[in-house]
Design a protein around this ligand. Structure first.
Ligand SMILES: *[C@@H]1O[C@H](CO)[C@@H](O)[C@H](O)[C@H]1NC(C)=O
Ligand SMILES: *[C@@H]1O[C@H](CO)[C@@H](O)[C@H](O)[C@H]1NC(C)=O
Ligand SMILES: *[C@@H]1O[C@H](CO)[C@@H](O)[C@H](O)[C@H]1NC(C)=O
Length: 190
């Protein structure tokens, strides 16, 4: 074989090897950034007391309704009304159970013929083994015994969490001011 030809083959092999190496380094560097694994499951209870002008409970409330829409026809399910909340979270169903943090966000009543609530809130977990925030999002119908919302993100121990938030009504007292407790069971993926 002529030495020129051999050289050309060697150069070609070297170039191919170099290209592979560069590709391999590139591929491995793009695979090294992974989310740390946080808790696979997490649960909390959320307690809400609505501010009600008729009893003026300004010293103990967690949520306030915004102005109703300016319309002159009946609006039995409060279509278009927003409720902003800052609710304490606990480990157990009692409001005196160990505190975990608080959830801040809102829901909008967005059904004209039934109670449906569009939720968006952040649970800030400041006590216990796993600390951080969990962002929860979704549409729910009040008649559903289990309401499925989604976990769309998180920080701290819950960094980048995604998954399912199953919500059930634990207790509701319609005596003004209305109050209720919800349970949230989260299935989390990272
Ligand atoms: C409600 O709408 C009516 C009719 O458009 C208007 O005159 C009135 O000022 C509105 N009220 C408020 C509180 O915006
Ligand atoms: C717990 O709920 C009860 C009954 O609604 C209420 O009287 C009490 O003030 C609440 N305690 C706390 C710590 O929110
Ligand atoms: C969560 O609560 C802690 C303690 O109050 C606070 O330092 C932190 O900024 C809060 N995080 C958010 C996102 O509100």
């Amino acid at each position: 074989m002529a030495s020129g030809k051999l050289e050309a083959i060697c150069v070609a092999v070297l170039l191919a090897f170099a290209a592979c190496t560069v590709r391999a380094i590139h591929a491995s560097s793009s695979c090294t950034r992974k989310l740390p694994c946080g808790p696979k499951t997490f649960s909390f209870y959320m307690h809400n007391t609505v501010y009600d002008t008729t009893v003026d409970n300004r010293d103990y409330f967690n949520s306030i309704y915004g102005l109703p829409p300016n319309i002159s026809f009946p609006n039995p399910f409060g279509f278009g009304i927003m409720n902003t909340f800052e609710d304490p979270l606990t480990v157990g169903p009692s409001n005196t159970s160990m505190a975990l943090g608080k959830a801040q966000g809102f829901y909008v009543l967005n059904g004209y013929k039934e109670y449906t609530l569009f939720h968006l809130f952040t649970a800030n977990i400041t006590e216990g083994q796993s600390k951080g925030t969990i962002d929860i999002f979704g549409q729910l119908r009040e008649v559903d015994p289990v309401r499925l919302l989604t976990v769309v993100g998180g920080t701290g121990a819950f960094l980048g969490a995604r998954g399912l938030a199953s919500c059930t009504l634990v207790d509701m007292d319609h005596t003004p001011p209305a109050k209720w407790t919800l349970s949230f069971e989260l299935d989390l993926y990272y």
